[in-house]
Ligand binder design. Structure first.
Ligand SMILES: Nc1ncnc2c1ncn2[C@@H]1O[C@H](COP(=O)(O)OP(=O)(O)OP(=O)(O)O)[C@@H](O)[C@H]1O
Ligand SMILES: [Mg+2]
Length: 631
């Protein structure tokens, strides 16, 4: 569809959704759909809830966030369950400012932006509809028109609780424009829009000397004072501060703790009493979610100052640490790259993974647990199986440090280094080694890394590099086998047949000749030796495998190539060991003969077709693995 018809459709949609009527008519809407009168916090919560919630390994996953925020499921669950949900139920937390605290580039702004954009869309749906007094700069809740003494009755009738009093401006308009006939006041449906400054506001601190409180709470309109005769006439006031504009929705308070104190004090009464002071007027009621964000050091210095106690007690702090899962970190990079102008560049398989391994390592803290190291921890966190540890260990690890993930390398740094690698290489294809090299070079110019950290980080680069070496070797070796999975499966089936016969003291039958034969000890040993199983331990190992198979059978599960971690490793190593010489000679030959050349082309084609390489990165990979195998 062309853009012009899209624009037209959009306009028609807006017209379709628009509604305007009297207060009396609005009450009819509330009869049918009382939820329309919900508070700002409740609307935010319902928006999150309506997007869907699922559960994965006992962890709640909120779909609202899950296609843009990766690896922060635990923080988000806490955020929803300890803030949004109780706030929606009018519990006291809704009166607190929500302060997201976390390291740089850890997704705080992304989270807040999602809420804002989400609300803009949600107010266009039936479930998220919002109505306001027409012509009010603060899009005041029409129910504020109901006089205090009738609210109890209204509650009994409609089941809707009304909070907050009618603003000075609308009090005056009611009298002058509507002759005090509340039922005639015009109400309209509104749609949140940050651009149009409806229901969504953003406040960011600037120079404290020049910044005016008017940015928050509006200001006197000097051009109209003469007309209305007095500064305290609300018509001579512009209710256009961020707090005014964000009424009914949310306000983002960027870098809140960098802000001058006088701004924060305004928030005190707003958060506690639900109203704020503007100009010379009675307190103005406001219903909005205030989300602020800050980093840890600023937060620490803020709470260490006694003067801030009152404000501190009105803040709910939620940690937004870095993601600690390698696979999710990869997704973060992939997302950031797809949103950037590097989107056309070929990024070889595993390039993002090694970068992610590096970043996550810099964020992890050394555990005191016996036999645990950072690499094992990294694997466990990412849901991999690590021998000798289970999910109980994982839970314990997660509890060991409260501030894990609050420091380390941030995603933005990684993306910057990837883009610098792309520029340097002058070819639109980069691989894992390019990325690691660039990450390392960048550490020299990284402003906020101490000397010790730098050393530690350089060490992590080598760890990531070693991981990559393993991955690269496996990748090439797999590509050398015509059908890797099939070969592995055949070899395993063969091994299992022999193990079974061995344990049951049976004979095997040769599939071709039908002849009976003894289990092939040589074959079994050649596999077991790959993972260091001694002659003495072989019997126990074989029996353990049979037990595992029967346990699987009992549960009706299929025992396959992935069911036994160590067996899989042994099979893989055995396959690779058989291949090693071929791979080594082929990949490192300076003057490959015809058959080697043919093999190389075949492998490159397989890497391109089946494993996501392009010819450049596949050639680079082969060369690298050749040099590794010849070391
Ligand atoms: N867990 C995450 N999931 C998805 N994207 C993330 C995550 N963490 C960081 N990012 C990405 O990193 C970039 C920086 O994130 P963002 O600007 O939200 O961080 P921030 O916490 O606000 O940082 P700052 O403190 O520097 O303002 C964004 O492109 C964001 O999408
Ligand atoms: Mg930010």
């Amino acid at each position: 569809m062309d853009i012009l018809s899209r624009i037209q459709m959009h306009r028609e949609e807006e017209q379709r959704l628009a509604w305007e009527g009297t207060f009396a008519e609005y009450l009819e809407i509330l009869r049918d759909r009382p939820f329309v009168a919900q508070s700002a916090h409740s609307r935010v919560y319902n928006m999150i809830k309506d997007a869907g919630i699922s559960e994965k390994n006992g962890q709640k996953v909120y779909h609202f966030f899950s296609d843009q925020i990766f690896g922060l499921e635990e923080s988000i669950e806490r955020l929803v369950q300890e803030y949004f949900h109780p706030a929606a139920k009018r519990l006291d937390v809704r009166k607190r400012i929500l302060l997201l605290m976390g390291p740089v580039s850890g997704g705080k702004s992304t989270l807040v932006t999602m809420l804002k954009r989400g609300l803009e869309q949600y107010t266009k749906t039936p479930a998220g509809a919002v109505y306001a007094i027409k012509g009010c700069p603060m899009h005041e809740d029409p129910l504020h028109l109901i006089p205090q003494h009738l609210r109890k009755e209204f509650y009994d009738d409609y089941g809707i609780r009304v909070e907050g009093s009618l603003s000075p401006l609308n009090t005056m308009r009611l009298e002058h424009e509507y002759d005090n006939r509340i039922e005639d006041v015009i109400v309209q449906r509104i749609f949140f829009s940050e651009d149009k400054r409806t229901g969504i506001g953003t406040f960011s601190p600037s120079d404290p000397k020049s910044q005016d409180i008017a940015d928050l709470t509006g200001s006197i309109d000097f051009s109209t004072i003469a007309e209305y005769g007095s500064e305290s006439d609300p018509r001579a006031y512009r209710f256009d501060g961020e707090l005014n504009k964000a009424n009914r929705g949310m306000m983002e308070f960027q870098e809140m703790l960098k802000c001058d104190e006088k701004f924060l004090w305004h928030l005190l009464s707003l958060t506690q009493e639900g109203n704020f002071k503007a100009g010379r007027f009675a307190l103005i009621s406001a219903d909005e979610l205030i989300v602020a964000h800050t980093n840890e050091s600023e937060y620490r210095s803020f709470i260490s100052n006694k003067k801030n106690e009152a404000l501190h007690s009105r803040i709910i702090v939620m940690g937004v640490p870095y993601n600690l899962r390698v696979s999710q970190e990869e997704r973060i990079y992939a997302k950031m790259i797809s949103e950037s102008d590097m989107a056309h560049v070929h990024i070889a398989p595993h390039a993002l993974r090694v970068a992610a391994i590096f970043s996550v390592l810099t964020r992890l803290k050394d555990s005191k647990k016996q036999g645990m190291d950072l690499l094992k921890k990294l694997r466990l966190y990412d849901g991999e199986i690590v021998e000798g540890f289970n999910h109980v260990d994982l839970e314990e690890l997660k509890k060991e440090f409260a501030d894990e993930g609050m420091s380390g390398i941030d995603p933005r740094y990684v993306i910057n280094r990837i883009s610098s690698a792309i520029i340097r290489k002058e070819s639109p294809s980069i691989n894992a080694l390019d990325v690691l090299r660039s990450l390392k070079d960048g550490l020299d110019h990284h402003a906020s890394i101490s000397k010790e950290d730098k050393e530690r980080f350089i060490n992590f680069i080598s760890v990531a590099r070693k991981e990559y070496d393993d991955i690269a070797k496996k990748e090439v070796q797999k590509a050398f086998v015509y059908s890797y999975e099939e070969s592995a499966k055949t070899l395993m089936d063969n091994y299992l047949d022999n193990v079974e016969a061995y344990c049951n003291k049976n004979k095997l039958r040769d599939p071709l000749t039908g002849e009976e034969m003894s289990p092939d000890e040589k074959l079994m040993r050649s596999i077991e030796e790959q993972i260091g199983i001694s002659e003495n331990a072989k019997k126990a190992f074989r029996e353990e495998i049979l037990i595992r198979i029967s346990a699987y059978a009992r549960k009706g599960k299929k025992f396959d190539y992935n069911s036994h971690e160590r067996l899989r490793e042994a099979i893989q190593k055995k396959l690779f060991a058989d291949l090693k010489d071929v791979v080594k000679i082929t990949t490192s030959s300076k003057t490959p003969d015809e058959s080697q050349l043919k093999k190389i082309n075949e492998v490159i084609a397989r890497l391109v077709d089946e494993h996501g390489y392009n010819t450049t990165s596949a050639n680079e990979l082969l060369r690298y693995v050749g040099s590794l195998l010849n070391r």
